[in-house]
Design a protein around this ligand. Structure first.
Ligand SMILES: Nc1nc2c(ncn2[C@@H]2O[C@H](COP(=O)(O)OP(=O)(O)OP(=O)(O)O)[C@@H](O)[C@H]2O)c(=O)[nH]1
Ligand SMILES: [Mg+2]
Length: 310
């Protein structure tokens, strides 16, 4: 890797709110990367994740069990999960010993969905910064459900949490709008898609909110929040349809650029050339990535599923 020692490892820290699609992303991205010829190791850092759909190289559940913590310390799921992450932070030699034999792999870290872990709690950030000391160059891949584009107020809150996450996690960063295969089912968006992905002039969002009597009272607050996001001008999104290889390719190019992987000698050829060589027309994911029928856009449902619904 240009500028990278032979021991340098690369990977993605997959973060985002509960249900945003992190685990499904790790499955889809790992299949895509393996088709590209990368040796992939998926590491589960979410003690609440059970029934993992992917081949898990390291599972934090071997170190600390959320159920045990909740029982022993009489904590709820959220407090229990934060305790587990603090316990992992205090026992990083365990994680290092697990990762060492995987040198040469490309890592995907499937992280917990608690928003506070990415906006103000320090455990996850210090785990990432410790990994940087181990010469593991990560890109934070932050998933946000594209459903939030359907409501201006929700989109403003997503902009704020995305900005707070970027400033707190302190990693090269890519924001994704996930579940784009469902976007048409959410009804007509107020603006076209690149308004949301490029985060263009947010004053239009405010106009939209002002028309709602409930939000009219909070106009000044919304103006300040929008101004904060615009002042930093850090937030933008890449739309992701996890079942579409061109969509994943665009995400991977942004991720590889962010953490410097793309400047490496390992893949002299451009990613596109790698894709067409490795993918061909017949590349397909091994399953619907565990996306339950109820989440599948009708176009994705097979004929027999449709027949069953008649
Ligand atoms: N249609 C569709 N459904 C998806 C997609 N990604 C995830 N889902 C569904 O959304 C639900 C949540 O997905 P997960 O991958 O478990 O989300 P997560 O972020 O790991 O959730 P937590 O582990 O609870 O934080 C599952 O039922 C998935 O099948 C997608 O791209 N499209
Ligand atoms: Mg998950």
């Amino acid at each position: 890797m240009a500028g990278a020692a032979p021991t340098t490892a690369f990977g993605q820290a997959v973060i985002g709110p509960p249900g945003s699609g992190k685990t499904t992303y790790c499955l889809g991205m790992s299949e895509f990367l393996r088709a590209l010829g990368r040796r992939v190791a998926v590491v589960n850092l979410d003690p609440a994740n059970d029934g993992l759909p992917y081949e898990c190289a390291v599972d934090v559940g071997e170190l600390v069990g959320l159920g045990d913590v909740m029982d022993a310390l009489r904590l709820g799921p959220n407090g229990g999960l934060l305790y587990c992450m603090e316990y992992l932070e205090a026992n990083l030699d365990w994680l290092r010993a697990k990762l060492e034999p995987l040198r040469g792999h490309y890592f995907l870290f499937d992280c917990p969905g608690q928003v506070e872990l990415c906006t103000h709690h320090t455990a996850l950030r210090s785990i990432f910064s410790q990994m940087a000391q181990w010469d593991l160059r990560l890109t934070a891949v932050h998933l946000v459900d594209s459903h939030y584009c359907t409501d201006p107020a929700k989109f403003i809150s997503v902009l704020c949490t995305s900005l707070a996450t970027m400033l707190h996690v302190e990693l090269p960063h890519v924001n994704l709008l996930s579940k784009m295969d469902l976007i048409e089912h959410y009804g007509k968006l107020a603006f076209n898609l690149d308004y949301y992905t490029e985060v263009l002039d947010l004053s239009y969002l405010l106009e939209h909110l002002a028309s709602d009597p409930f939000f009219r009272r909070y106009r000044q607050l919304n103006e300040k929040l929008v101004q904060l996001v615009e002042d930093y001008s850090l937030v933008s999104f890449i739309p992701l349809n996890i079942q579409d290889k061109d969509s994943i390719q665009r995400v991977l190019q942004a991720v590889d650029k962010a953490n410097g992987y793309c400047f490496g000698v390992q893949e002299q050829r451009s990613l596109e050339a790698m894709m067409s060589a490795a993918m061909g027309a017949d590349f397909h994911f091994s399953s619907t990535l565990g996306i339950q029928e109820k989440y599948l856009a009708p176009s994705e449902q097979t004929a027999e599923q449709e027949a069953m619904q008649l």
